[in-house]
Write a protein that binds this ligand. Structure first.
Ligand code: BGC
Length: 764
C-alpha cells in the first residue's frame, strides 16, 4: 500500500519536474524568437543604445519628457537608468521609452539597493555578523519588495568582495574575510532579491559585484591595483562570486581594479573564460561607474580602444561613460569589433528585460498604490530592528555591566549619541534620513519611565574640521559643534558625574567607510579618544557603543574600557535595536566576520592564513628567526568568529563517527553545547577544517560549516556536522578542484581561535 503510494508520489514529482523543464524550454524558446524578431528591426545605433547606461542626473517628477536624458531615450540611445528615486518619476521616464522611441523598448531601472531600500538594514558587514542566512535572505526580500514597489527592478547587489584589509572603506559593503561564509551570504541575497520568479512584480534582478578581487586593493587604497596568484583567486576570492552566479544572479558588475595587468572591464580571461565558460553564467555584465573610460588612465588605450577591448572581453553594458555608444560604430567600421559581438551584448540586455517581464508590461514595477502601502511599513521596520540587534557584536562585558538596569540615571555621550543621518550607514540611497532612529530616541523609547537619560555631545567626530567634512558627505553631517573642545567635553563630564552609568556613542561616522573612504589610521579619532579617557576618569561604569564600518584597532580600549558593544551602522531602526540590546530585551549574538587587529601594522591579518616554514611555537609571542614581529604578537585583538553573549556556553569535546574514512563516506562530527548562564541566548557553532598535508600549502584552518542555535538557560543541544569529501576540495596548482587524501584536523568552537579539535584520516 505504502509502496504504491510512494510510486505514485514519485511519478507525480517526475511529471512535475518534466513539465517545468518543458515550460522553461519553451519559455527560453519564446524569449529567443521574440528577441530575434526585435533585433531584426534594430539599427546599429539602437543596438548600441541598449548597451548604454547613462547617468540620469536628477529628473524632477513631471519633467521626464523634457529632461536632457529624454531626447536620448526617444532616440533609442539608452538601455536603462539608475539611482532615480520615486515611482512617478520612473513611470514618466518609462513612458518616454515605450511611447516615444521608435521600437518602444522598455528601460531597465537599477539602484544601489545595498542593505535595504527605505527600510534600511545594517550595513552588509554588520548583516554578515548575524551568521543567520534566513535573516539575510529576508532582508533582501524586503528590500526587493520595497524597491520594486517604487519602480526599481534591478539592484547593484550583492557586493561579495572578500576583504582582509580594514583600511579599505568598502569592507563595510561586503561580508568580511571568509570565502565560505561569503558564499552562503551571496546565495541568500540572490535568493532574497530574485525569488523563484523574476517576472513577479515584487522580485528584482541581482547584480553581483565587483567582479573581481576589488577587495584586495594594495594598501587598502580604493581603486588600487590588485595582484595575486590564480590559486589564491580560485580558493580565497572567487567562491562568493561563483556562489552568486550558481544561485542564478541575473547580472554581474565589473570591478575598477586591474587583474594580472588588465583592468577587469577589459579582462577577457575573467569575463569570458572564467565567468561564462567555467561558471556557465548566462546573464549580462555591466561595468562599474565609468570603468571603461578609466582604462584610459590605467594606460591601456584611448576611449575607442578601451571600449572595443571591453566589449570583446565580454562586457555588455557601459555604465555612465558612453564609450560604447560613441565609439563602437567606428570600431565596427574599422574591423576592431564585430557585428556578432555587438549583437550578443544587445541580446543579453534584451534578455534581462524579457526575464523581468518588462516586454509584457513595462509598468510592472511602477504600481503607485504599492509604493504608498508597501514601503517602510511597520512590519518591515520590525524585522529590520530584530535583524539589526542580531548584527551587533559584544566585544567585552567586564563585570556584566550590560544589560543596563531600567532605573537610575544614564549619561549618553558622544557625537553619535543623537544623530539620525549616520545610523543607516554607507550606501543608503533610498533611505529617508529624517525617519531613522537615533540612539537617544531609541533609548528613551525602550528604557521605560524609571530611567533618566541625560545627553551631551562630549566631542566632535575629529579635531580636524576638514576631515569631518570629508567624513560627513551625502547629507550625513554630524553638525559640528563650534564651541572649544574643552567646553564641549566639560559639559559631558558634568552629566557623567550625575549619572550611574555612562553610555559613550563613539567611533566612525557613516561616511568614514564605504566607497573612496580608505583610512591609514584605523583607530577611533583622537578627539573621541580624549573624551573616552576623560569619561573613564570619572570612575563611573562605562559602555562604549562603537559605531564603525570596518574593524578598528582597539587595543587601548580593550585594555581600559570595561564594556564594548560594536554596533556597526544598524540601519533606520538602529537606535531602538541598540537600546533593545543595551537593556537586555535582546541578547547579543553577533560574531565577527573580519579579524580585528591589535594595530594597523598587523594588516592584512586574517584567520585562514598559512603556516609558513617558520611558524611561531604555540604560547610564544616572539622567537628569533620565526615569523613574527618584534613589537606585537601575531595574535589578533579579536579573532574571526568572535562575539560574546549575556549568557555563557560550554562546549563538549568533539565526537566523530569514524577516525579513518574512505572515499565518499560521510563523517559526522558533533559537539554538545550547553547554556551555562542565566539567560536564553543564541550561539553560532563553527566548524573549521585543516588539511594537514597537501600538494600545495593549505590554510591553518578554514570555515566549513556553522549552525546558529538557540538555548534556554541550562539547556543542552547536540550539533552535528556532516562532512563529505566535497567539503575538503580545493583548487590545486593546476587549478583542478579536488580533495587529497590524508590527515585532517576537525575543529569546532565558538570562534576561530577557541576550538576543540580531533584528527582523522581520510583515504581515497
Ligand atoms: C560603485 C558601485 C555602484 C555604482 C553605481 C560605483 O561607484 O563602485 O558599487 O554600484 O557606483 O552607483
Amino acid at each position: 500500500m505504502l509502496k504504491n503510494f510512494l510510486i505514485v508520489v514519485i511519478m507525480f514529482c517526475v511529471a512535475q519536474v518534466h513539465a517545468q523543464t518543458q515550460e522553461a524550454k519553451s519559455d527560453s524558446y519564446r524569449m529567443r524568437s521574440f528577441i530575434d524578431a526585435l533585433m531584426k528591426k534594430m539599427t546599429l545605433e539602437e543596438k548600441l543604445g541598449q548597451l548604454n547606461l547613462p547617468g540620469a542626473g536628477d529628473i524632477t517628477t513631471g519633467q521626464a519628457g523634457s529632461s536632457d536624458i529624454a531626447k536620448k531615450i526617444k532616440d533609442g540611445k539608452v538601455g536603462g537608468l539608475f539611482n532615480i528615486k520615486g515611482v512617478e518619476k520612473i513611470r514618466d521616464v518609462q513612458k518616454v521609452a515605450v511611447e516615444q522611441s521608435r521600437l518602444k523598448i522598455p528601460l531597465i531601472f537599477g539602484m544601489d539597493v545595498i542593505h535595504g531600500y527605505q527600510t534600511t538594514f545594517p550595513i552588509p558587514l554588520g548583516l554578515s555578523c548575524t551568521w543567520d542566512m534566513q535573516a539575510v535572505e529576508r532582508s533582501a526580500r524586503i528590500a526587493a519588495n520595497e524597491a520594486s514597489a517604487d519602480g526599481i527592478c534591478w539592484t547593484f547587489s550583492p557586493m561579495v568582495d572578500i576583504a582582509r584589509d580594514p583600511r579599505w572603506g568598502r569592507i563595510a559593503e561586503g561580508s568580511g574575510e571568509d570565502a565560505y561564509l561569503g558564499s552562503q551570504i551571496a546565495k541568500a541575497m540572490v535568493k532574497g532579491y530574485q525569488g523563484n520568479d523574476l517576472k513577479k512584480n515584487n522580485t528584482i534582478m541581482a547584480c553581483v559585484k565587483h567582479f573581481a578581487l576589488y577587495g584586495a586593493a594594495e594598501g587598502g587604497r580604493d581603486y588600487n591595483t590588485t595582484d595575486m596568484s590564480r590559486v589564491r583567486m580560485y580558493n580565497e576570492y572567487f567562491p562568493p562570486y561563483k556562489a552568486a552566479v550558481d544561485a542564478g544572479a541575473g547580472s554581474v558588475m565589473t570591478s575598477f581594479n586591474e587583474i594580472e595587468g588588465i583592468p577587469a572591464s577589459a579582462n577577457k580571461w575573467l569575463m569570458t573564460a572564467v565567468l561564462r565558460k567555467q561558471w556557465g553564467f548566462n546573464g549580462f555584465v555591466v561595468t562599474d561607474y565609468t570603468a571603461v573610460n578609466e582604462m584610459i588612465d590605467h594606460g591601456i588605450g584611448d576611449l575607442q580602444t578601451v571600449s572595443a577591448l571591453s566589449l570583446k572581453a565580454g562586457v555588455d553594458m557601459d555604465m555612465v561613460g558612453e564609450g560604447f555608444l560613441t565609439t563602437l560604430t567606428k570600431s565596427l567600421k574599422e574591423g576592431k569589433v564585430t557585428q556578432q559581438q555587438i549583437d550578443l551584448a544587445c541580446r543579453r540586455i534584451l534578455e534581462a528585460k524579457y526575464k523581468l517581464g518588462l516586454f509584457d508590461d513595462p509598468y510592472r514595477y511602477t504600481d503607485i498604490k504599492r509604493s504608498q502601502t508597501e514601503i517602510f511599513t511597520g512590519a518591515n521596520r520590525k524585522v529590520a530592528r530584530e535583524i539589526a540587534a542580531q548584527s551587533f557584536v559584544l566585544l567585552k562585558n567586564q563585570n556584566n555591566v550590560l544589560p543596563l538596569k531600567r532605573s537610575g540615571t544614564i549619561a549618553l555621550i558622544g557625537p553619535l549619541a543623537d544623530n539620525k543621518e549616520n545610523m543607516p550607514g554607507t550606501w543608503s540611497v533610498a533611505t529617508d534620513f529624517s525617519k531613522a532612529i537615533s540612539l537617544f530616541t531609541g533609548m528613551k523609547e525602550v528604557a521605560g519611565n524609571n530611567v533618566k537619560i541625560l545627553m551631551a555631545r562630549g566631542s566632535n567626530l575629529d579635531e580636524d574640521s576638514l576631515f569631518e567634512d570629508r567624513a560627513g558627505m551625502f547629507g550625513k553631517s554630524l553638525r559640528r559643534d563650534s564651541r572649544p573642545a574643552n567646553e564641549i567635553m566639560q559639559e559631558a563630564i558634568s552629566i557623567a558625574n550625575q549619572s550611574d552609568v555612562i553610555v559613550a556613542a563613539l567611533g566612525e561616522s557613516a561616511e568614514m567607510s564605504g566607497e573612496s573612504s580608505s583610512r591609514s589610521n584605523i583607530e577611533i579619532p583622537q578627539a573621541q579618544k580624549n573624551l573616552l579617557q576623560a569619561l573613564l576618569k570619572t570612575g563611573k561604569p562605562l559602555v562604549l557603543v562603537l559605531f564603525t564600518g570596518r574593524p578598528l584597532a582597539l587595543k587601548w580600549e580593550q585594555e581600559y574600557v570595561p564594556v564594548i558593544l560594536n554596533v556597526w551602522f544598524g540601519g533606520t531602526e538602529a537606535g531602538t535595536a541598540i537600546a533593545d540590546v543595551l537593556f537586555g530585551d535582546m541578547n547579543p549574538s553577533g560574531k565577527l566576520t573580519t579579524t580585528f587587529p591589535q594595530n594597523i601594522g598587523q594588516v592584512p591579518i586574517f584567520y585562514n592564513h598559512k603556516n609558513t616554514g617558520r611558524p611561531l611555537p604555540e604560547g610564544k609571542w616572539f622567537q628569533k628567526f620565526r615569523s613574527n614581529y618584534l613589537d606585537v604578537s601575531n595574535d589578533p585583538l579579536y579573532p574571526f568568529g568572535y562575539g560574546l553573549s549575556y549568557t555563557t556556553f560550554n562546549y563538549s569535546d568533539i565526537k566523530v563517527s569514524n577516525k579513518s574514512l574512505k572515499g565518499n563516506q560521510t563523517l559526522n562530527a558533533s559537539v554538545t553545547v550547553t547554556n551555562t548562564g542565566s539567560r536564553s541566548g543564541k550561539e553560532v557553532v563553527q566548524l573549521y577544517v585543516r588539511d594537514v598535508v597537501g600538494s600545495i600549502t593549505r590554510p591553518l584552518k578554514e570555515l566549513k560549516g556553522f549552525f546558529k542555535i538557540d538555548l534556554k538557560p541550562g539547556e543542552t543541544k547536540t550539533v552535528t556536522f556532516n562532512i563529505t569529501p566535497e567539503d575538503l576540495k580545493f583548487y590545486n596548482y593546476d587549478l583542478k578542484y579536488d580533495w587529497e587524501p590524508g590527515e585532517f584536523q576537525i575543529m569546532i568552537g565558538t570562534n576561530s581561535r577557541d576550538v576543540k579539535s580531533v584528527t582523522i584520516n581520510w583515504v581515497k
